[in-house]
Structures are given as structure tokens and as C-alpha cells.
Design a protein. Structure first.
Lengths: 153, 772
């Protein structure tokens, strides 16, 4: 067993876990934060995307122990309880989700992207979204949502 | 044309009430269900397509600390009930399903053993320790030769690899049509192996309580009541003691409509062990062992006169249904045959359909299970146009059914009552400016050698089929609580369609209350009436019909109570936004909440003979068919250097009758279209000649990303159907219309350089091989 000391959504978590436990499983099982979803467990679909010190990472490709000493933000930590962040609100306004399973990863990815690139063009938006798979929406509403969140619509 | 005015709620793009919880990570999917002491399962699966099981050694796995059980066929199969679905039960034709492989394995992924352990990590460790000794046999992989193979049988007990065969055979009438035709065109088209790929894989938490005898199953399912019936049959637990709960469901596209094999096995294990067991399918399992779809070959013959008018059509369809088809599929061929004419006048139709078993993953429902009728027909229309020397648009204009011909009875006897194929065709080509595109195509090729192409696809979708009982009926229970809030309970299984928003839109409209005062309860068999689940483009028409009827009954009761309380005639009252008023006397009002309060808490004031409470139950059975229709137009450019297809325009003009929520309608169209685009251009599940799967990750099985998709343009033609709300089902349509539109566009571009194409997929390597 190995020690994990990590801050998640502003709260310290301190636990003994197997060294092989993924960050995604740690967040879901040990922190009770089930908004981080597992769609492929091989780093392609992006459903498990979280912020590690502000950068978007795949929680299925990191071990929990690797997060020690870092700050993790999950989808649950993007807005105060009962509220939607501007990105989340834009997804709702633009019908950027249907089944909702890929949505947390997309919202987190877009949040990180717009923090880096506040006024992206269409190609940059599509490129940024290409690391997250969605099977329901055909990406139509998602692309509109990013534009709205960037203040372009 | 009978167009529909938007209502107060119906017809409005209301924002979805599902969204806040899903956007903030507070959705409740099956993997989010957890109990203290819950165990975790993983499957040991066959690594060969067809083999005799020599031995299964589970000793090392059982000895691993943390392993609770390793179960094989010897432990689980005896006493298990039938695994066939309830709805469309067809034991005779179906494959011999069994919980775990017994004497042999029949596809790569066939479940051989189930390991149950304290956590998933240990369960997977133990799977690696199970030693399955297999003696390989020649596998049946090529579906085109499977029927003739009498030596190597997927299911030896069946004596044949032919799962299903039926026909309306060629005869003298057909020969006469052919003899009198100016052109007789025959072509063969293929679809290749694809799979649904919901972003949430399958999953279940099965909890059998030996004390109470209750089996409670939390599942990712589109159809909780079907799952309940299936679970009761398989496990032998009385249906009254089986409860299925579906929370949020992360997509299905048909995969989760019938209860799949592996979930049934997990429930059997839970019953046997008397413990709660969670199984969450991993992506590799989902790709190789959930269900596949679309492996079809259609040879079509169409006879036309000198002007291109269709005189008759014949389609010979062959489908690969794998080893263990899921649910009612593996025999959709007759629909391919009967629906082949689609939106065109086809005076004479003949068809043949064959389904074969192969040692591959079973075929399952995938968004438009028999859409090969549209793929074959629309690709054939272009082939006929080329043979006759007409533009594909002109050939369609000459053959498409006009509004003046309705109701139109097809050669198979189906009656199209309210459809608009010609209107959607003209709207879609108008949005493109087809003539301008043709000019630009010619100019770009002549001046720059660029390959532009346009493809058209029309279809008529038999949505919400009342002819397929029990899939044609839904029931809604509407209960008004004492504060006046309205709870609608239904057996639907929304998995992205937004029913929590759209069903309340219907109820609020019909009942006359505020939208925020109506909530939908679904997904739990303990709190909902039996229903058909969500699939087959059915919930708007069928579930919506039940909602509308139940709401009307509640409204009538409420008005009778109100009439009694304020001493007015019920006919003089109206109920709008939760307030009853006397027409013409706006000062005489009564809040709906007060009626609800009296009905529950002040019952002495109810009219004589009135039962306390305010509720109604209504069932609705749809007509045999509720036809929706659409036209897809796709414009592409092929990069000659790379073989890459770029979609420049994608237009859908559809008629789904009265739209409940246009935002949701367009979302459904977009999702289906992109699945169809993916199917033609990117997605391809590949087996080698021995039946080994080669595309077992998202690096190999490529679904579209945001960089590949076009901006989809929409046109709407809105004609009321003959159902209570005037709706027509449309959830599958995008995925039905898109593949041939994309294919025809690519074929049109390739024709500029004399290249011909009949097969998919159309990835860069295939395109480069076709280019001269």
C-alpha cells in the first residue's frame, strides 16, 4: 500500500491505496467523486479528464500516488454547489450533451482550453475537442457551446 | 399541408432539466452505485473463434487472496432459464444461448468463466490465472460463404449456419416486368461491421437478498421492464421479487434495449452467491463482445422504363448475425425486403432475405436495425441514374411519391398516410442550391482537377410500430400530489433523449399547469408501470400518447372538482398555467394546487361519489406504423493526394410531425448523422481470417471526433401524424439516412475520374486504391 496526499477540489485527501490504483478509481471510490467517468481506460475517450494543477490530464492514465502533492480539480469542483460555471451553462444552452456520460470530461477539457486560449477560432476549438469522444451529439452543440463560453455567440 | 402551431410548451426548445446534474458530475450511472461489501466481477473470455474446450483450470484463480468465486458452466448453467428476450420471443429461430460456454466456444469474447472478487483489480488478476485449454476448430468467419458451409457449423445443434431465410420469390409477374423494361440494372452493395459504442459501456449491480428473496438489479438499460422479465426467467426468481433500477444511462443506440447476455450471467452469479456483485464492462469487452451490426450484402435489381420510371424492384439481402444475436435481431432481413421501395413508386416488389450465423460477435440492434433497405435503395437510385443517363436528383424527382398520391399503398401493402418525401427532397436540395453545386463541381474539376461530389438519400421510417406488440404500447400514471405538483410515472428508459424534459412538456401542455410543476419518474420497475422502454423511435409517439391521455383525464377530473367547488359548469372552466378560471369571468379563479389539496386533505368537499386523490392511468397503443421521413444531402471533396474525404455541406430536411422540443429533435438528428458518417468513413470492426478481432481499442476502432464532423444544416417540414400529439418518431433516422448520402457523394466525386465504388468503408486507403 502507498500513501496518497492530494488536494481535490480544495479539500485535502490523505489515504493508503494500492500503488496500482488509478487516479480515476481513487477519485471515484476513495473520494466519492463519481463525476469523473471511465469510458475506455486507455486514454483515448477523455471522459475521465480532470485538472492537475490546472492542466487537463487523463485520470485513467495516472496512478493516484502520482497525484501526491498536487491539486486536482474534478467536474464537481468547477462551480459552487447549485450553480453552473460559464462552460457548463453554455453546454446546457447549446444542447451540448445528451446522455451526459462524456460530458464531465468535455467540460473539464474545455475549461482548461479556454483558460489557455480565451478567443479560439473554429479550427482551434475542434482541435481542442478532438481528445474527447462523444457518441450522442455529433459535436454540433458542443462546438456551439465552446463558442458561447468564449463570448463569441 | 397541415402544419402545427407551437404550443405553450410543446414545440418549444425548452432547456433540458437533466442537464444541471449531468454537467456537474451528479448524474447517477450504474458504476456510481456502490454498497458496503459489494463484490466485483470480471469475465474470462474465449481467445479463439471456434474451439473445443479441453479443460478449464480455475484452481490458481480460486486460491488468489480476495477471490470469492470462480464460476464456470458447470456451476451456473444448470437450471438457468431461457436467455431469449420477452418481447418478440422467438425460441425456434434463435441461437442456442447459454450462460457460460460448455463444450465449446463460438466467438472470440465468448464468456467461459466469471470471477467474483473483493475488487475489480483482484478479479482481473484472477482472470489471468484461469487456464482455458482450447482445441481450435476451423472458424466460420466469412458471412458470404457461411450458408454453404455444412461441415463447419457455428451451432452444431442447429444443423445449419442459416439462421433465417424468407422470400417473396421471383415469378412470372417479375419476369414480365423485366421483359418490358427499357433498362434493368443490377448492383451489389455492402455494409461492413460496426458497433454501437455507447460512451458508457454496459454494466450491472446485481444484489440477491437470500432473506427476502428479492433480486434487485441496477442496470444500464434502455428497457427496465424487459430486463426485469428476462432476469426473472433466467434466475428463476419470481418476477414480483425482481426489481430493475436504471439511473442515468450513458447511451445505448439499441445495445441496451434487450437484456444482453453478460448481465444475465452476473445476476445468476449474484443469486448463487447471495451477494451484491458489480460488473462494469471494459471498452475492449464492449468492442468485441457486446454486439456488432451492419454486416450486410444486398444484390438489387431495378427495372425502369425509357424515362427512368421504376417498374419493379428486387432485393436479395444477406446479413451476418454472428454467433449469438442479441434480442430480436439476426432476422431483420424481411424488413429490408419489405421496406426497400421507401419513398418511391415501385409497382412490383420481390425480395429474399437470408441471415447466417458466423463465429463472430452477435448482431444486435443498432440505430435503425434494418437500415440496409435505405442504404441499398439510395445507392441503387444513383446506380440506376447513371445507367439511364439522368442526374440522380432528376431520377428521384420522377419516382418520388407526390402529396397528391396520398394515402399511398406500397407493393407490400403498407399505407403511407401522411408523409412528405417530395417536400423534404425539394427543401434539402434547395438549401444546398443543387444546380449551383453541379456548376461548381464541373468548374472545379475542369479547371483544377478537384473532385467534388454530392449525394442524396431519402427514406421513410416506420417509427413507433404498433404492429410490433408489445413494443407498440406504453402506459403513463399521472399522480398529482397534495401540493399540486404532478408526477408522471412511465416505463421508458431515456438514455440521452431528454424524456425528463419532453414528457413533462406534453403533460404540462395538456393538463394546463406550469412546466416546472411536472416531473417524470422512469427507469425503476418498482415505481413505474410496465412499458416498452426507449428504442425504435418510439417514446415521443407511444409514451407521449400515454402521457397526453392520462393528462387529459386528470384535467377533466380537476375541472369537475373545481366546478363543484366554485359552483360553475365544468364546460365553462379552463385550466391554464395551474389556475382554473371561468371563461369570461376572470375574477372567479381557483388554483390547481387548491384542487389537489381538497382532493387529498379536505375530501368531504369533493363532489358526491368522488374517490379521494387526483390521478389517472392511461395506456396508448400506436397505429401499426407512424411514418416519418427525411432527405439527407451531402457534399464532399476528395483530396486526391491523401484520399481523405472532407464533408463541406450536410443538410437534413426531416418531417417528424409535431416537434415536442426542436432543440432535442435536431440533437437526435445530429447524433445519428455523425454515427452514419463515422460508419462510412472511419469505423470498421475487423476480424482476421481466423476470427481474431483486430480493432479492440479506440485507437483502432475510430469513431468521429470534432475535427471530422461538418456543421449540419436543418430543414423541417412539420406535418401532423394521426396520433394524439401529431408526432412521428425520429430517433433513429439520422443514422438511417446518412450512410447512403455520404456514400453517394463519394461515388459521385469518384465518377469524375471514372472510378466506381460499391464497398465500404471509404477511408483514405480505400479511396487511394480506387483513384486512377
Amino acid at each position: 500500500m502507498s500513501r496518497v496526499e492530494v488536494t481535490v477540489n480544495g479539500k485535502p485527501h490523505d489515504a493508503e491505496v494500492e500503488a496500482r490504483k488509478t487516479l480515476a478509481d481513487f477519485l471515484r471510490e476513495d473520494c466519492g467523486l463519481t463525476g469523473t467517468h471511465l469510458g475506455c481506460e486507455h486514454g483515448v475517450c477523455g471522459a475521465c479528464t480532470v485538472l492537475l494543477d490546472g492542466a487537463a490530464v487523463r485520470a485513467c492514465l495516472l496512478f493516484a500516488v502520482q497525484a501526491t502533492g498536487h491539486e486536482v480539480t474534478t467536474v464537481e469542483g468547477l462551480a459552487p454547489p447549485g450553480e453552473l460555471s460559464p462552460v457548463q451553462a453554455a453546454f446546457r444552452d447549446c444542447h451540448g450533451l445528451q446522455c451526459g456520460f462524456c460530458t464531465p470530461g468535455l467540460v473539464v477539457s474545455v475549461t482548461a482550453f479556454l483558460a489557455e486560449q480565451p478567443d479560439p477560432d473554429d479550427a482551434a476549438i475542434r482541435d481542442a475537442l478532438s481528445g474527447n469522444l462523444c457518441r450522442c451529439t455529433g459535436y454540433q452543440g458542443i462546438i456551439r457551446a465552446v463558442k458561447q463560453a468564449a463570448g463569441q455567440a | 399541408m397541415n402544419t402545427a402551431p407551437a404550443g405553450r410548451f410543446v414545440g418549444q426548445s425548452v432547456k433540458r432539466r437533466e442537464d444541471p446534474r449531468l454537467l456537474t458530475g451528479h448524474g447517477k450511472y450504474v458504476d456510481d452505485v456502490a454498497f458496503p461489501g459489494m463484490l466485483h466481477a470480471a469475465f474470462v473470455r474465449s481467445h479463439m473463434a471456434r474451439a473445443r474446450i479441453v479443460s478449464i483450470d480455475v484452481d490458481a484463480a480460486r486460491a488468489l487472496p480476495g477471490v470469492v468465486a470462480v464460476l464456470t458452466a458447470a456451476d451456473l448453467n444448470a437450471g438457468a432459464g431461457t436467455m431469449q428476450p420477452t418481447m418478440l420471443l422467438n425460441d425456434a429461430a434463435n441461437a442456442p444461448l447459454r450462460p457460460l460456454a460448455e463444450a465449446d466456444v463460438r466467438f472470440v469474447g465468448d464468456a467461459v468463466a466469471i470471477v467474483v472478487a473483493e475488487n475489480r483489480y483482484i478479479a482481473e488478476d484472477a482472470c489471468d490465472l484461469v487456464d482455458v485449454d482450447l482445441d481450435p476448430l476451423p472458424a466460420v468467419i466469412d458471412f458470404e460463404t457461411a450458408a454453404a458451409d455444412t461441415e463447419n457449423l457455428v451451432h452444431p445443434e442447429k444443423g445449419t449456419n442459416i439462421a433465417q431465410q424468407s422470400a417473396f420469390p421471383l415469378d412470372d409477374a417479375w419476369e414480365a416486368v423485366v421483359a418490358g423494361a427499357a433498362h434493368v440494372v443490377t448492383e451489389t452493395f455492402y455494409q461492413h461491421r460496426q458497433t454501437n459504442v455507447p460512451m458508457e459501456t454496459r454494466g450491472i449491480v446485481a444484489d440477491y437478498d437470500p432473506g427476502s428473496g428479492e433480486l434487485h438489479l441496477w442496470m444500464s438499460t434502455q428497457n427496465p421492464h424487459e430486463a426485469r422479465a428476462a432476469m426473472a426467467r433466467v434466475t428463476g426468481v419470481a418476477e414480483a421479487q425482481v426489481r430493475v433500477t436504471a439511473g442515468d444511462v450513458g447511451g445505448g443506440f439499441g445495445q441496451k434495449f434487450f437484456t444482453p447476455h453478460d448481465e444475465l450471467v452476473v445476476a445468476l452469479a449474484a443469486r448463487r452467491l447471495g451477494r451484491a456483485i458489480k460488473w462494469i464492462e471494459d471498452r475492449r469487452e464492449n468492442l468485441i463482445a457486446s454486439n456488432h451490426a451492419r454486416v450486410d450484402r444486398s444484390t438489387c435489381t431495378v427495372a425502369v422504363d425509357a424515362d427512368g420510371h421504376i417498374l419493379g424492384g428486387y432485393i436479395d439481402n444477406l446479413e451476418d448475425c454472428g454467433a449469438f444475436p442479441v434480442g430480436s435481431t439476426g432476422g431483420v432481413g424481411p424488413f429490408v425486403g419489405m421496406l426497400f421501395p421507401g419513398p418511391y413508386r415501385v409497382p412490383l416488389l420481390r425480395w429474399k432475405s437470408t441471415a447466417v450465423w458466423t463465429n463472430t460477435c452477435g448482431r444486435g440492434a443498432y440505430r435503425g436495425p434494418w437500415m440496409m433497405e435505405t442504404v441499398a435503395r439510395e445507392q441503387m437510385m444513383d446506380a440506376v441514374a447513371r445507367a439511364v443517363g439522368l442526374d440522380p436528383l432528376e431520377l428521384r424527382r420522377r419516382n418520388v411519391i407526390h402529396a397528391s398520391e396520398l394515402p399511398y399503398t406500397t407493393a407490400m401493402g403498407f399505407e403511407y398516410d401522411i408523409v412528405t418525401p417530395e417536400e423534404t427532397l425539394e427543401q434539402a436540395v434547395g438549401l444546398l442550391d443543387y444546380e449551383a453545386f453541379r456548376s461548381e463541381q464541373a468548374r472545379a474539376f475542369a479547371e483544377q482537377g478537384r473532385l467534388l461530389g454530392v449525394g442524396i438519400s431519402l427514406y421513410i421510417e416506420p417509427s413507433s410500430m404498433g404492429s410490433m406488440e408489445p413494443l407498440g404500447t406504453d402506459t403513463a400514471i399521472i399522480r398529482v400530489d397534495p401540493t399540486g405538483k404532478v408526477v408522471v410515472s412511465m416505463g421508458t428508459g431515456s438514455h440521452g433523449q431528454g424524456l425528463e424534459t419532453t414528457m413533462p412538456q406534453i403533460v404540462a401542455e395538456e393538463l394546463g399547469v406550469a412546466l416546472d410543476d411536472v416531473v417524470l419518474v422512469q427507469g425503476d420497475t418498482a415505481s413505474t408501470p410496465f412499458g416498452r422502454g426507449t428504442g425504435g423511435s418510439g417514446s415521443a409517439v407511444i409514451g407521449g400518447g400515454a402521457c397526453r391521455d392520462a393528462a387529459a383525464q386528470v384535467r377533466a377530473k380537476a375541472l369537475e372538482i373545481a366546478a363543484h367547488l366554485i359552483e360553475a359548469a365544468p364546460a365553462d372552466l379552463e385550466l391554464v398555467e395551474g389556475v382554473v378560471s371561468v371563461r369570461g369571468t376572470p375574477t372567479r379563479t381557483l388554483p390547481f394546487a387548491e384542487i389537489a389539496r381538497v382532493a387529498h386533505l379536505d375530501t368531504a368537499r369533493l363532489p358526491e361519489g368522488y374517490e379521494p386523490g387526483l390521478e389517472a392511468t392511461a395506456s396508448y397503443t400506436a397505429p401499426p406504423f407512424t411514418w416519418s421521413n427525411a432527405c439527407h444531402v451531402c457534399a464532399v471533396e476528395i483530396e486526391r493526394d491523401t484520399g481523405l474525404v472532407r464533408i463541406d455541406r450536410y443538410i437534413v430536411s426531416e418531417d417528424c410531425g409535431v416537434m415536442i422540443n426542436p432543440m432535442v429533435v435536431e440533437g437526435q438528428i445530429a447524433g445519428g448523422v455523425v454515427q452514419g458518417i463515422g460508419g462510412v468513413l472511419y469505423e470498421h470492426f475487423v476480424y482476421d481470417d481466423d476470427g481474431n478481432p483486430l480493432t479492440t481499442t479506440f485507437l483502432d476502432y475510430l469513431i468521429p471526433t470534432a475535427t471530422e464532423v461538418p456543421d449540419i444544416e436543418y430543414g423541417h417540414v412539420e406535418t401532423r401524424s394521426n396520433t394524439p400529439g401529431g408526432h412521428k418518431g425520429m430517433g433513429e433516422g439520422g443514422a438511417i439516412g446518412a450512410p447512403p448520402a455520404v456514400f453517394n457523394a463519394v461515388a459521385d466525386a469518384l465518377a469524375l475520374v471514372g472510378a466506381r465504388v460499391t464497398r465500404q468503408p471509404l477511408g483514405p486507403s480505400q479511396i487511394l486504391a480506387l483513384l486512377p
